[in-house]
Design a protein around this ligand. Structure first.
Ligand SMILES: NC(=O)c1ccc[n+]([C@@H]2O[C@H](COP(=O)([O-])OP(=O)(O)OC[C@H]3O[C@@H](n4cnc5c(N)ncnc54)[C@H](OP(=O)(O)O)[C@@H]3O)[C@@H](O)[C@H]2O)c1
Length: 242
């Protein structure tokens, strides 16, 4: 594949950091956004990552950020909306601003950023009918299963997942829009052995896959030009009656 220019939001840790490293190692030009500087971010900049500060809670800065990207590159082949926050419903009840923040980070700002980038750095309609750009949202496989403790989080991920159809209609034929919906990818260090066992027991294939499966799916979406308005579930399949 020819060298692509890729923007990924939230590359400071875990999935975003792994994906940025994978794409840099493959020879692509990667712009990664951050709010906090981490060791992972330093490693990535050492490998050539263009790191740009972005807080998706600051909606009035999205247009300026898009202009900054356009100053740095004259093409953008792929946008990966990875940045995310994960608050439970108890925390949202105690502080309603947290629920609003999840909708801003997962829904409103990614849509507005996609629009701002299209204005500042337009994807072009090509003579061969293929898309010039792809937008991918990281959603969550629990949208189908439900989660009684994360209703706001799941609802916000469902909202952005539904938007891929409307965005793809608006942007065809110059841009295609897809989603990757992972189930469990990685445990947090604080997850104890009991929790890990219970989570894995609910899966048809009981292993912790790690972030590499997202990178493999991004490779596939980049390679296959026909996929548009698709949601790729990365959840090892659904256990009947569970
Ligand atoms: N890990 C899993 O098992 C799993 C399962 C299902 C779905 N997913 C989805 O996969 C994606 C990556 O997951 P993850 O576990 O790697 O997430 P994570 O560890 O929570 O990392 C999220 C990233 O988003 C950034 N971020 C948070 N708030 C932001 C804001 N206001 N503005 C800009 N950036 C912000 C963080 O940067 P800062 O630290 O600098 O704020 C961080 O780099 C997410 O969309 C998540 O919903 C993950």
């Amino acid at each position: 594949m020819s060298r692509q220019t890729i923007l990924i939001t939230g590359v400071t840790r875990r999935v975003g950091a792994h994906l940025a490293e994978h794409l840099l190692d493959a020879g692509h030009r990667v712009i990664g956004t951050y709010r906090h500087e981490t060791d992972a971010l330093k490693t990535l900049t050492g490998k050539g990552l263009i790191a740009m500060p972005l807080d998706l809670l600051e909606r009035d800065r999205l247009a300026g950020f898009a202009d900054m990207v356009a100053n740095w590159t004259d093409r953008l082949d792929l946008i990966v909306h990875n940045a995310s926050i994960w608050h439970g419903d108890e925390d949202c009840a105690a502080d309603p601003a947290l629920a609003t923040a999840m909708y801003t980070v997962h829904v409103t700002s990614p849509i507005e950023l996609t629009e701002a980038l299209q204005r500042s750095l337009p994807a072009r309609t090509r003579d061969d009918g293929r898309a010039d750009r792809q937008v991918v949202f990281l959603t969550d496989a629990h949208i189908d299963e439900g989660d009684p403790h994360h209703i706001h989080y799941i609802a916000s991920k469902a909202a952005i997942e539904s938007s891929i159809r409307s965005l793809a209609l608006r942007y065809a034929p110059h841009t295609r829009v897809n989603a990757i919906a992972p189930g469990l990818l990685m445990f947090h260090p604080e997850d104890d052995a009991d929790y890990r066992r219970q989570r894995l027991a609910r899966r048809l294939l009981p292993f912790e896959p790690g972030p590499g499966v997202v990178a493999e799916t991004i490779d596939y979406l980049m390679a296959c030009p026909l996929i548009n308005q698709a949601v790729i579930r990365l959840d090892t399949g659904r256990r009947w009656g569970n």
